[in-house]
Design a protein around this ligand. Structure first.
Ligand SMILES: C[S@@+](CC[C@H](N)C(=O)[O-])C[C@H]1O[C@@H](n2cnc3c(N)ncnc32)[C@H](O)[C@@H]1O
Length: 450
């Protein structure tokens, strides 16, 4: 821990000059009369190119041997899976921030990028541009994209630059940032939906380094020395944070350590799990051949009531103490069981299931888009989810809200998330009510299929 802090302190003065990276300018407006040259060599304003649509904007350079191609290819792949209509619902604009590139290069880049898509994509929906009268430099500054030119070993000019996609409303307001290379189609869809309404969204970074360091510039002594130091230190800092958080997360405190032994003694909890299980068996045709995951299985209350209907239940939970209780009851389950100690806010499981059931767990995870995306990936085609949790509440359900990221859920918001990652037939039902001395809480069951 100490060494990470020392490293951070050493690096902060360098980072504080903020000459590289992304300065998020959420809420600011881009002047839509900036002009650019398109792939065919014609000059056009941003206004004309955006055509009144929410727009995804990336800044790249077409000769980049580093992060630009992976970024654009991954964006193309994700856009190919977005269920909105390109050109009608949104536009995409890629601008080269290099002063020297020509429309022919933009044309080639466009062709190669669109070829990545697994379906026909309306060609006019995605423009590959170059700047005119420093419009690309101005645009980069406005969206907070900070880059630096460096001389490469072969004498060419390369750039150290971040990878990001800026989301613009039809009027040019910056409503979001999708940082890094990897983008989820669900994040893109939501960002476009919000941009359409002019609403800003918290920037999203999906687990990758948003910088290009793959260039090998000729760090000719003094001139580029600073760039090199900053590059190396930034990478070190990134790695230090990466390992620090990895260690921290892997050593995450067991929040249920003091509750696991007495968990099943609470009759309301048992009744709640029973009610959820009964509704699941009513809503979903369970079969004796099925293998299910019980996410956040805990001591196995839900698994117990479902076990006579299926072949196997894999209990996934990040609390060792809850899983000890689950294992101690393995003879009581009417199907095979297996216990997997994993934290699905960090890990994934390389196994697929016929269904995922869960009770009172998802409010313990912050990122619902990522969780539902994982659920989708872990299901066999035709598989189902049956997820029970609290309807929106005021935070008074738990006596201690440590480890609670959501005070229940708004059903509509959860439905949009589930549908955006690809689930069909999303339905909500009332699974049970929990009476507490001060209030009654309702528990929903969300069911959907892949
Ligand atoms: C409120 S308990 C519910 C347990 C059980 N489903 C029930 O209804 O009795 C929530 C459970 O989710 C587990 N959990 C919380 N966050 C998790 C995560 N990120 N990954 C896996 N399990 C998690 C906890 O360890 C705990 O066992």
């Amino acid at each position: 821990m100490k060494k990470y802090l020392i490293l951070l302190l050493l690096t902060l003065p360098l980072l504080s000059n903020q000459s590289l990276g992304v300065k998020e300018n959420l809420g600011k407006f881009i002047p839509l009369d900036l002009t650019f040259i398109d792939e065919d060599g014609s000059s056009s304003t941003l206004k004309k190119l955006m055509n009144g649509k929410p727009t995804l904007l990336t800044l790249n350079y077409y000769k980049c041997a580093g992060i630009c191609s992976p970024q654009l290819n991954k964006l193309a792949d994700a856009l190919g899976r977005v269920k909105l209509a390109e050109n009608t619902d949104y536009k995409v604009i890629t601008v080269s921030f290099s002063e020297t590139e020509k429309p022919s290069l933009a044309r080639t880049k466009k062709k190669n990028t669109l070829n990545i898509m697994k379906r026909d994509y309306v060609k006019d929906a995605w423009h590959f541009l170059i700047g005119e009268n420093n419009s690309s430099g101005e645009l980069a500054q406005l969206v907070g994209f900070k880059y630096e030119a460096v001389k490469m070993e072969n004498g060419d000019i390369g750039y150290i630059h971040p990878a990001m996609t800026v989301v613009l409303s039809p009027k040019g307001k910056i409503t979001g940032y999708l940082l890094g290379v990897n983008q989820l189609s669900a994040d893109i869809t939501m960002a476009i939906d919000e941009a359409k309404l002019g609403r800003t969204r918290k920037p999203i970074l999906r687990s990758d380094a948003p910088f290009c360091f793959t260039e090998t510039p000729a760090f000719d002594r003094a001139v580029n020395k600073m760039t090199r130091i900053m590059g190396v230190l930034s990478v070190l800092l990134f790695l230090a944070f990466f390992f620090f958080f990895l260690r921290k997360k892997s050593k995450k405190e067991d929040l249920f350590a003091n509750k696991s032994k007495s968990w099943d003694m609470n009759s309301k909890r048992v009744q709640n799990a029973k009610g959820i299980a009964e509704l699941i068996t009513k809503k979903i045709k369970l079969e004796k051949s099925m293998k299910l995951m019980d996410f956040g299985a805990g001591t196995g209350l839900l698994s117990y009531f479902i076990s006579s209907h299926v072949n196997k239940i894999v209990a996934v939970d990040n609390s060792p103490s809850m899983l000890v209780e689950f294992k101690s009851k393995s003879d009581e389950f009417a199907c095979q069981t297996e216990v997997v100690e994993k934290d699905l806010s960090i890990d994934t499981i390389d196994e697929t299931f016929d269904g995922i059931i869960s009770s009172m767990t998802i409010h313990h995870l912050e990122d619902m888009v990522s969780l539902f995306d994982k659920f989708y990936a872990m299901l066999n085609t035709g598989g189902f989810i049956a997820i029970a949790d609290l309807d929106s509440e005021d935070g008074s359900f738990h006596s201690d809200n440590k480890g609670v990221y959501h005070y229940g859920f708004d059903r509509k918001e959860l439905q949009v998330i589930a549908e955006n990652v690809g689930f069909k037939d999303v339905e909500f039902d009332l699974a049970s009510t929990i009476e507490k001395p001060h209030k009654t809480f309702t528990v929903f069951l969300l069911t959907a299929t892949k």
